[in-house]
Design a protein around this ligand. Structure first.
Ligand code: TYD
Ligand code: MG
Length: 453
């Protein structure tokens, strides 16, 4: 029998230490080092195994490898399927992280109830009746989903043998424990060991496994960093608990792109897929108001139309105030300086407030021109035609600069019914016969000579 051995782990970052110390020398947190019992590993010597055991794998040239396209199971949830790259791959292990109460259990239960395949939903966090109550809110009348409340992996595997599920969901990895080590559930070595068992199960039986993972106060998935390396896909569910919108991002995906993104709205009967995100980011108004402009931006690979609001007023106090929500304040200072110096607008003694509606933060430089438009519109108190949208960067010389993926943005703007698209003259646009009018400009004055008259 192997001898048991203990090691010291930091519960915050997962670093292994030879002895107990008060402060982790990796993440600098205090009092996070805990002694955990681990099994003594057998000495591995690669030469011994190559002598005694039969060879089971052999190296091949790339052209000799036959390609079997991976089989996927559709989740019947378009946003999730897109983020996964077209459904969940058989045998893949997906880790879904997010803050408490953001809706991880709701999302996966909703998917489990709508998938036609047999799903085993293992919960270590809630009782079967709690899950039943939640399922009733999600109104799924018939489903192939079985609920198990269990935290011991050996017991879970016994149930799996009996049920033979097509998909396994674990809520959450931090509640599981295995008999093979003695550390408490949620500790670094338990997370590592139980996830290794589940990954082995997934690969051997080609059953996809979805794990829910808690995140720590820095926003990373709690537990060893190695967990993120071991799984095939890492998804992050984010959003503000005070807003109803949630964003599903992929941080790592061995079977698809990480630039896809899913948007949901949390309603009283579960998560609604938002297929047209621009609807939530543009406020509906009856009268034409000055100080608003529509910008086209990209969130991941997805074009989004957002609304920029500006308020320019004479400064009441000595020093003018500049405040932004969702936009970089330094960039606003730069744009105001450009307007003052290159375009002759006297904004030096004015307060400027800038807001991006919908509570999102945008770094895309392509919204610069819309920021300029909103500021000038508020300053002159002239409304911009609501059918116009903007996508260009503003340079230090007051020039309008080209931006990336302009075609995608034009197609999105056209789809949403915008009539005029203002962009840089230097952008190469190859799409033709679009019904949207393109206004290509090279200077700030050119753009506004036509819009305000
Ligand atoms: P939950 O899925 O339990 O979050 P997590 O598993 O990430 O901790 O979601 C909890 C929140 O979602 C809770 O505050 C209530 C809300 N909710 C709804 O608004 N509508 C619903 O239909 C459900 C099931 C939950
Ligand atoms: Mg939960």
């Amino acid at each position: 029998m192997a001898k048991t051995k203990t090691t010291f782990f930091c519960q915050n970052c997962g670093t292994q230490h030879a002895q107990w110390v008060g402060q982790c020398n990796n993440c600098k947190e205090w009092n996070t080092i805990v002694e955990e019992i681990i099994q003594k590993e057998e000495k591995r010597n690669w030469k011994v195994s190559s002598n005694k055991e039969k060879k089971t794998s052999k190296p091949l040239k790339v052209e000799e490898i036959s390609l079997n396209p991976e089989e996927r199971i559709l989740c019947h949830n378009n946003e999730l399927d897109n983020v996964l790259g077209g459904g969940i791959v058989k045998g893949a292990v997906v880790l879904l992280g997010g803050e408490p109460g953001i809706g991880k259990s709701t999302l996966l239960l909703q998917v489990a109830l709508h998938i036609p395949q047999k799903v085993l939903y293992v919960s270590g966090e809630e009782s079967q009746s709690q899950i039943k109550m939640r399922a009733e809110r999600l109104d799924a009348s018939t489903s192939n989903c079985l609920i198990l409340t269990e935290t011991n992996t050996q017991q879970i595997f016994k149930n799996i043998e009996e049920v033979q599920p097509d998909v396994l969901v674990i809520d959450s990895i931090q509640t599981l424990h295995t008999n093979s080590i003695e550390a408490s559930p949620g500790s670094i070595s338990q997370i590592r060991e139980t996830s290794a068992e589940l990954i082995k199960f997934a690969k051997e039986t080609a059953t996809p496994v979805i794990l829910i993972g808690h995140i720590n106060k820095e926003g990373h998935i709690a537990g060893p960093k190695i967990l993120e390396h071991m799984v095939d896909v890492v998804l992050q569910f984010e959003g503000d608990r005070n807003h109803t919108y949630r964003i599903l991002r992929s941080q790592k995906n061995r079977f698809g792109s990480t630039s896809e993104l899913g948007i949901y709205e949390m309603l009283s009967n579960g998560l609604r897929e938002v297929s047209n995100p621009s609807e939530i980011l543009i406020s509906k108004k009856d009268a034409d108001l000055s100080g608003t402009a529509i910008a086209s931006t990209l969130e991941g690979a997805r074009p989004l139309m957002i609304e920029i609001q500006a308020l320019v007023s004479t400064a009441v106090y000595g020093t003018p105030q500049r405040t932004t929500t969702g936009y970089n304040l330094k960039r606003l200072h730069m744009i105001l300086a450009v307007l003052e110096k290159r375009a002759g607008f006297k904004l030096g003694a004015k307060d400027v407030f800038l807001n991006i509606t919908g509570g999102i933060q945008v770094d895309d430089p392509a919204i610069d021109l819309a920021v300029v438009a909103a500021i000038l519109s508020s300053n002159q108190d002239l409304a911009i035609n609501p059918d116009v949208c903007f996508a260009a960067e503003v340079g230090l010389a007051g020039e309008i600069r080209p931006i990336s993926r302009i075609e995608q943005r034009i197609v999105e703007a056209e789809k949403l019914g915008y009539k005029t698209f203002v962009a840089s003259k230097y952008n190469k646009i190859t799409i033709k016969n679009n019904s949207i009018k393109l206004l290509l400009v090279s200077k700030i004055e050119e753009a506004f000579a036509t819009l305000f008259t």
